[in-house]
Write a protein that binds this ligand. Structure first.
Ligand code: AMP
Ligand code: ZN
Length: 114
């Protein structure tokens, strides 16, 4: 667990969250400040601070995050209308929580990036 990591605390149930999926490796929960009708975060249980910290040992992780997002999008009924997957990295990438996470956004027309 990362020291004082918000998302590790959610994984460990030390902080409440609206968890919609969990398995041995991943957790998915609703974003506390949704930017779209569907806005969920899919995270690894392993604490990895940023995309910069991914190594060959995590070669499968991005694919697992994306495939879980795909499954949730389908469950939410937004697979065909469309959705956006985002991973922010460090300050200029807009990262505010330093535990790797994949945003799943959908349910409305999304516009500009950046
Ligand atoms: P990022 O800016 O890419 O690091 O995204 C962090 C996301 O975490 C933001 O969209 C926040 O709204 C969300 N967030 C922060 N705290 C919580 C929390 N306690 N529960 C759920 N989502 C959170
Ligand atoms: Zn963490």
């Amino acid at each position: 667990m990362g020291a004082d990591c918000l998302f590790c605390k959610i994984i460990n149930r030390e902080l409440p969250a609206d968890i919609v999926f969990e398995d041995d490796e991943l957790v998915a929960f609703n974003d506390i400040s949704p930017q779209a009708p569907t806005h969920m975060l899919i995270i690894p249980k392993k604490h990895i601070a940023t995309v910069n910290d991914l190594t060959d040992a995590e070669i499968d992780l991005p694919g697992k995050l994306i495939l879980r997002a795909k499954a949730i999008a389908s469950e939410k009924g937004i697979a065909e209308t469309g959705y956006r997957l985002i991973m922010n990295c460090n300050e200029q990438g807009g990262q505010t929580v330093f535990h790797v996470h994949l945003h799943l956004l959908g349910g409305r027309q999304l516009t500009h990036l950046g």
